[in-house]
Design a protein. Structure first.
Length: 282
């Protein structure tokens, strides 16, 4: 069975080398001084199972040497650290996942097409969140990380102010308060959505953090209870998502503060519907 090589250009060469390492074979190429005419059975790779269709090829149980695979993985990790291109980094991470056995195919099934699309979107969100978590790690979810940051900021501000080590201006104080309010808003919105009083939830969390600053206590809206360790119960957020949201929000706010005029579209008003005329039914 002849299979088209994956990728293109230099990336194709690297991927073929990956396949050779996984299966214990050799890449036959003029660049390495080998020609197809001089190939023999010792150059062939082996695997327990190979499944191929018109779009994909899956190699299961490659017979390559473990130390060679580990060396190849180290090389790719080093390339990931050196590269500055997000596209190249993504492709290198895909190769790394395939070499380390972290490849999965998720097949979505449902009773209706609408349900299938909904489930597919949920799975795509989960995959994206998992990739983000692998990139930068995780923090306690449910708005806890941002709320805890707000609590620690308040403590630091008050401590430095009392020691007269903080030079403040009205602008700085206003910016500080705006940031604190923004950091507290996610957990406040979660409490509102659950039908709870915001102050009731936040006051309990502040008490926990005052007793133990390293606590991962948070509010579980689904169970409607204060959880002592959000990480243990699996309520987590990717650091990349939390950080990016905060950075982007600050960036947009800073841009508007330095903008003299902004152009926006007025929301369209719904036109009143004509009342139904009586006597229209027969």
């Amino acid at each position: 069975l002849a299979i088209k090589a994956p990728g293109f250009g230099d990336r194709r060469k690297e991927m073929l080398e990956d396949i050779a390492v996984v299966t214990g074979g050799k890449v036959i190429s003029e660049e390495v001084g080998l020609k197809l005419e001089s190939a023999d059975f010792e150059m062939l790779g082996h695997a327990r199972r190979v499944v191929a269709d018109k779009d994909n090829t899956t190699i299961v149980g490659g017979k390559g040497k473990k130390d060679q695979i580990e060396n190849r993985v180290k090389q790719i990790r080093a390339q990931i650290e050196r590269t500055t291109s997000e596209y190249d980094k993504e492709k290198l991470q895909e190769r790394l996942a395939k070499l380390s056995g972290g490849v999965a195919v998720i097949k979505v099934g449902a009773a209706t097409e609408t349900e299938m699309k909904y489930v597919k979107l949920k799975i795509e969100d989960a995959v994206a969140a998992t990739k983000a978590a692998l990139a930068e790690g995780i923090v306690p979810g449910g708005g806890v990380a941002l709320f805890k940051a707000a609590v620690l900021m308040k403590e630091s501000w008050n401590r430095r102010s009392s020691q007269e080590k903080l030079e403040t201006t009205p602008e700085l104080q206003a910016a500080y308060q705006i940031l604190i309010n923004a950091l507290e808003e996610p957990i406040a919105q979660i409490a509102k959505n659950a039908g709870k009083r915001v102050g009731e939830v936040t006051s309990k969390l502040r008490e926990k953090y005052a007793a133990d600053p390293k606590s991962n206590t948070g509010y579980d809206a689904k169970e409607d209870e204060i959880v002592t360790d959000m990480m243990k119960v699996g309520i987590v957020d990717p650091v990349k998502v939390v950080r990016s949201a905060l950075q982007n929000a600050v960036s947009v706010a800073a841009m508007f503060l330095t903008t003299e005029a902004a152009v926006a579209e007025l929301p369209k008003k719904d036109e009143p519907k004509m009342p139904q005329m009586p006597g229209g039914d027969y």
